[in-house]
Write a protein that binds this ligand. Structure first.
Ligand code: FAD
Length: 145
């Protein structure tokens, strides 16, 4: 089973309706393709900026093909891969694409992710210096039980 986690920046802050539209389409495609995962959205009111972190898991070919489609989507840019590897089994089996909105407060205590979406985070991510993304995403799934 393959998984990947990337971060990106929304072209403009997303409304609830725009996020719902992305999720609805994602769930339809992912169900068909055997992909599960989680989309996290963070809005930062200080710089009026929206950022995504997304995990996709499933058969490698399906994950790579979905990721290519997602990368081509003009609703976000500055896509940076955090993790890309193999897992023994799915971690998000019940979610064709789960969703979690987070803010500065949610992430304040989470080491390495407090500045998610900021330039400082993006620079560390580009250098491969961000670790613990899978554990963070899994914690959102477990919290939902
Ligand atoms: P269409 O829906 O026809 O879209 C073609 C292109 O038009 C898109 O690439 C996009 O650039 C643009 N577009 C479509 N709707 C809008 C709109 N309302 N506003 C502006 N531009 C638009 N897809 C998945 O299958 N699985 C996922 O897990 C997934 N996650 C996503 C996460 C994020 C953060 C984003 C932004 C998109 C995600 N998508 C996901 C959507 C994906 O990018 C494609 O839009 C989707 O797969 C539909 O592909 P399509 O070929 O049917 O294109």
């Amino acid at each position: 089973m393959h998984y990947l986690i990337y971060v990106s920046q929304a072209t403009k802050p997303m409304s609830t309706a725009e996020l719902s539209e992305i999720l609805e389409k994602s769930r339809t495609y992912n169900d068909k393709d055997g992909i599960t995962g989680l989309l996290v959205y963070k809005y930062n009111p200080d710089d009026h900026r929206g950022n995504f972190m997304q995990l996709l898991e499933g058969p490698e070919e399906a994950v790579r093909s979905a990721f290519k489609r997602i990368c081509d989507d003009k609703r976000h840019h500055t896509k940076i891969m955090l993790e890309d590897g193999v897992i023994a089994e799915r971690n998000f089996a019940d979610w064709s694409m789960g969703f979690k909105a987070v803010d500065q407060d949610t992430l304040r205590e989470i080491m390495g992710f407090a500045d998610l979406g900021d330039e400082s985070f993006q620079n560390r991510a580009r250098e491969g210096e961000v670790s613990g993304a899978l554990e963070l995403m899994k914690s959102f799934y477990e919290d939902d039980d």
